[in-house]
Structure formats: structure tokens, C-alpha cells
Design a protein around this ligand. Structure first.
Ligand code: FES
Length: 233
């Protein structure tokens, strides 16, 4: 895992907007007295969203102060969890390319090449104009649809370099590309048609009659209860 440091360029200060402040107070109030620090992650997440996708040092201090904890408590959480960005990200998209084994085997390296060509040579480097950035991340939890990238809250799956190119162009134009499988699969259902469990009788209930006739005592609930387990020892 790479060393995660705060950006050398920091804004002067940070404060929640009135709406986010009200939300933060409500969130803190959900925790028992004395356990308010448990709201640290949701508050950091909201601060990140408010600031355009990254956490500045003033934002970390602001959240820690709200919760009455030492600043280091916020720093250690933000630097540990890679979902928190510690330097500015692209205003239109921060592309997180999954580089874990299933995605790597299915072409993640070619997706990284697209990011290098279209965005910037190095991860966490802003594109010219600051609209895009990228990084490689660990498993995004969509391995069956590898290779995958995540852009803010959406995942784009079953990707090819051409498909990622199209997605970046759409974002550049200001349109929102369709998230999910890029080859039209519903979630992670098989490509084309079902290849296993294809007999509808397996799931349409048509075999229930035969099953009831064969095991009436189970069907009407009159089967003897299994003997109670004897206590051990
Ligand atoms: S390995 Fe890429 S989503 Fe799991």
C-alpha cells in the first residue's frame, strides 16, 4: 500500500455549509453520549463530498473539533482508508481502476493505459484543466463483471479500453454515462442467456404438487419434531 500523505497545497480553512452542519449535528446525535466520536467517518465523508471529492487538512481539523477528539484521530482515519482522498481530484471524474487479480486478468492494465493517455501519466495527478484524475485501487466488489472502474459512486463494468474511452468522452461533454455493465448484462447475470439451472420447473413451483404428494407429513406440518438435543456433559 502506498504511503498516504496530506496534500502540500491546502486551503486556508473549511466549514460545513449550513445544510451539512445541520446534517452533521443530527448524525452526531444518533450516537450515545460519550460515543460521539463514532460519527467520525460519516462526517469526514460528508466533508469530502462538500469539498469536491477530497479532504483537506482544515477539514480534518474541523471534523475532529466538532467531535471533541484530537486532530490525530481524524488524520489516522483519513490516511488509513483509501476511500478518503488526500489531494484534489478531477472535478468531472476521479477514475478508480480496479487492479486486483480478476480485473487484472481481464484487462485492467489496458484501462490504466487509457487513463494515462487521457488523464495524466501518474495516479492522483490532475489532468490539464483539473477535470479528471485517476488511481489504481483494490477490489471494487464487482469481480464477476471484471474489469471495473469506479467513478465517484458509480461502477462501470465489463469494460474494454474503447468503452472507457467512450465513458470519459461522455463525462467530458458533461453527460452522465450509463453505469453498470457496458455489455448490457443485468447485474452479473450470464452473458447471452442462462447456461445452468435452465429448467423452469426448478423455480416456477410446478414441482410442489409432486413433492407434497410424496412427503405429505412434511407438507402439512404433521411430521414429528426432531428429538431435542441432550445437554452435553
Ligand atoms: S477484482 Fe476488480 S472488482 Fe473485484
Amino acid at each position: 500500500m502506498a504511503v498516504r500523505r496530506l496534500s502540500p497545497d491546502q486551503p486556508r480553512d473549511f466549514a460545513f455549509t449550513p445544510e451539512n452542519l445541520a446534517w452533521a449535528k443530527e448524525t452526531i446525535a444518533k450516537f450515545p453520549e460519550g460515543k460521539e466520536a463514532s460519527a467520525l467517518i460519516p462526517l469526514l465523508w460528508r466533508a469530502q463530498e462538500q469539498a469536491g471529492g477530497w479532504l483537506s487538512e482544515p477539514a480534518l481539523r474541523h471534523v475532529a473539533d466538532m467531535l471533541g477528539v484530537a486532530h490525530i484521530r481524524a488524520y489516522e482515519v483519513a490516511t488509513f482508508y483509501t476511500m478518503f482522498q488526500l489531494s484534489p481530484v478531477g472535478a468531472k471524474a476521479h477514475v478508480q481502476v480496479c487492479g486486483t487479480t480478476p480485473c487484472m486478468l481481464r484487462g485492467a492494465e489496458a484501462l490504466v493505459d487509457v487513463c494515462k493517455r487521457r488523464i495524466a501519466e501518474h495516479p492522483h495527478e490532475l489532468s490539464e484543466g483539473g477535470q479528471f484524475s485517476w488511481e489504481e485501487v483494490e477490489c471494487l466488489g464487482c469481480c464477476a463483471n471484471a474489469p471495473v472502474v469506479q467513478i465517484f459512486k458509480d461502477t462501470y463494468e465489463d469494460l474494454t479500453p474503447e468503452a472507457l474511452d467512450r465513458i470519459l468522452s461522455a463525462l467530458e461533454r458533461g453527460t452522465t454515462p450509463q453505469a453498470g455493465s457496458q455489455i448490457g448484462r443485468t447485474t452479473s447475470s450470464p452473458e447471452g442467456a442462462l447456461t445452468t439451472l435452465t429448467d423452469p420447473a426448478l423455480h416456477d413451483g410446478s414441482r410442489l404438487g409432486a413433492w407434497r404428494a410424496r412427503f405429505p407429513e412434511l407438507a402439512d406440518g404433521s411430521a414429528a419434531a426432531p428429538p431435542a438435543e441432550k445437554p452435553k456433559g
